[in-house]
Write a new protein. Structure first.
Length: 139
């Protein structure tokens, strides 16, 4: 009976650890009054962050290693409203190339590629600064 209890506790512990590890590898959106970036970057690389303003202006930020950082000062003019973003990056996990057209040529030909990562979201600018989403009250 004692052995079954120990096995159960180990099973639960391993399950929780696996779940936390999976969650831990997801980037987490962070903002301050003038910038957007991501924490918990993990093994992602070759990142591209596209931010679109309420008026349709688009800013692209690239970073080979580490998180891309968008700053409001990167825009020609800052307007209040909802800004949307799309984050794309490559993970260290490899997946099989399905279309041989995308495998390279000659000695550079490959059978695997980095698994792509994509995340979408939004943030709100009010009075020229990025505000927290949970502080918003619908009028």
């Amino acid at each position: 009976m004692k052995s079954r209890a120990i096995h159960f506790v180990l099973f639960v512990f391993i399950g929780l650890f696996s779940a936390l590890t999976a969650v831990a590898s997801e980037p987490v959106e962070r903002t301050n009054s003038s910038a957007l970036w991501f924490e918990n970057w993990g093994d992602l690389s070759n990142a591209s962050l596209a931010v679109v303003s309420p008026e349709g202006d688009r800013v692209d930020v690239q970073n080979d290693r580490g998180t891309p950082v968008f700053r409001l000062r990167d825009l020609a003019s800052v307007v209040d409203g909802v800004y949307s973003y799309e984050l794309r990056a490559a993970s260290s996990e490899k997946i099989k190339i399905r279309n041989p057209v995308d495998n390279g040529r000659g000695k550079a030909a490959k059978t695997e590629m980095a698994k792509p990562y994509q995340m979408n979201g939004f943030f709100i600018v009010k009075r020229g600064v990025i505000t927290r989403k949970d502080n918003q009250v619908e009028e």
